[in-house]
Write a protein that binds this ligand. Structure first.
Ligand code: PA5
Length: 443
């Protein structure tokens, strides 16, 4: 079964020989390691190179945390957070919390904001639960997760003592450097390594994503297998005519050249909402630099047709859409006939809800294309681990190709430092004395 189908017929982007050659060359650079940012290409062969021993170690650690805790706080931000959340939300029953029997521990995310209320309310909510934490930070110095970890670590030590804390705290970080590595070594926490050559936004298929996902009950082997299938299907030996990542990259490149500066990713399956968030970081951080890059935006459908739909249909013509379409839902529900038919919906009686969803998708696609919003359609067979693994790798590979076609280094993010410098100067961090003076003079 094909794990991904790509339809660019409504994108208005022709795969010319020149573009195909450019995309093939970009893909070649990802594999040869001769392009910009080549010290961060570890993700290219990640799915096929993860060892059975590594998967087994992750699963064993996840089993320990699952046995200890019914709430596992997963601390991290950006690339150390979004991938796990995206897959977990896609694979979870959104109403699990209403059920008496919970099969899996709750995986709760923290460290992706600096909200006092969020931390306070989280601690309150955890009071009656047995807790553990996974703290994820490659640098080990990122402010948001560091603050959250201080608080959760203290809570765990207070409740269970320092010795038991070693059974309930796991760190995922650099193999040798950084504050978190030092702390984990000093305290004796189990650690998992974020490879040097894998940047945050490409790290979901490392322990960064795999450990929290295994704790949450996701089949990480199937996830990796799906990604490995897509790694093979997008290799540089695969012609562009068959390489879906290359084709998606070309379509984006053409649309950007035609003035389509904003790409909206959307899906008619609300479980994929955090896939949007993960994708926005992947493309935003990879391409938004040197005064260039498509702005990645997202919608959840059909909800946002009732809020953003007007703009998409008739606003500035600088948009194109990429829709992740799910061929088959997991469950089956048929719309029943109603005796009074006051809502006038009896014409739908006997149809599945997904039949209506599919016609909404088709109708919107045609309306938006007619309104000047080109459409790219990415179809996955169902929302399961294999499809999600394939989807993740499909987007990662396309992002690398697209970034090189755009002429940027897709693997750095120099722009994210600017706010940190200001924040530290405003907070009088030692070492920032000059910046503090300068910024305060501007206030
Ligand atoms: O993609 C990136 O590099 C960033 O989003 C980082 O993942 C994010 O800033 C978190 O960094 P760290 O893992 O060092 O705490």
């Amino acid at each position: 079964m094909e794990l991904i189908k790509l339809d660019i017929r409504k994108a208005g982007a022709e795969l010319t020989a020149e573009l195909k050659a450019k995309a093939a060359q970009a893909n070649e650079l990802l594999h040869s390691g001769k392009g910009a940012g080549n010290d961060f290409l570890g993700w290219v062969n990640l799915p096929s190179s993860i060892s059975d021993a590594e998967i087994a170690a992750i699963k064993a650690q996840a089993a320990k945390l699952r046995a200890k805790a019914d709430a596992v706080v997963c601390i991290g931000i950006g690339g150390s957070y979004l991938g796990a959340r995206a897959v977990l939300e896609a694979m979870s029953d959104p109403f699990e919390y209403l059920k008496k029997e919970h099969g899996n521990p709750a995986v709760i995310f923290a460290g992706q904001n600096i909200s006092e209320d969020y931390m306070f309310e989280l601690l309150e909510a955890l009071k009656d639960h047995s807790i553990a934490t996974i703290v994820i930070s490659k640098s080990g110095t990122t402010t948001e997760p560091a603050i959250a970890f201080r608080i959760i670590k203290e809570e765990i030590e207070k409740r269970y003592g320092k010795s038991e804390a070693k059974e309930r705290i796991v760190a995922v970080t650099d193999k040798a450097r950084g504050a978190l590595k030092t702390l984990a070594d000093n305290e004796g926490y189990p650690t998992f390594v974020i490879p040097d050559n894998v940047g945050g936004r490409f790290s979901v298929l490392t322990p960064v994503g795999l450990l929290p996902l295994a704790v949450g009950g996701v089949d990480i082997e199937a996830l990796v297998a799906g990604a490995a299938a897509m790694e093979k299907a997008t290799g540089c030996d695969v012609p562009v005519e068959e390489n879906l990542s290359a084709q998606y990259a070309i379509a984006r490149n053409v649309l950007y050249g035609n003035g389509k500066k904003i790409e909206i990713l959307g899906s008619y399956e609300p479980k994929l909402q955090y896939i949007n968030e993960w994708w926005k970081q992947l493309y935003g951080e990879s391409e938004g630099k040197d005064g260039k890059g498509i702005f990645p935006a997202s919608v959840t459908l059909t909800a946002d047709l009732h809020s953003m739909g007007q703009y998409i249909q008739e606003g500035e013509r600088i948009l194109f859409e990429t829709i992740i379409s799910v061929a088959e839902p997991e469950h089956k529900m048929v719309i029943e006939s109603d005796r009074d038919n006051l809502d006038g919906l009896n014409f739908l009686a006997g149809k599945r809800i997904s039949d209506v969803n599919k016609m909404a998708e088709l109708g919107v696609r045609l309306a938006h294309v007619d309104g000047g919003v080109p459409n790219i359609r990415v179809e996955i067979p169902r929302v399961d681990e294999r499809s999600l693994g394939a989807l993740i790798y499909f987007f990662e590979k396309a992002c690398g190709i697209s970034g090189y076609m755009l002429g940027v280094n897709p693997f750095n993010q120099p722009g994210v430092e600017a706010y940190k410098k200001n924040m530290f100067a405003l907070l009088d961090k030692p070492g920032y004395e000059e910046e503090s003076k300068a910024i305060k003079a501007r206030l």
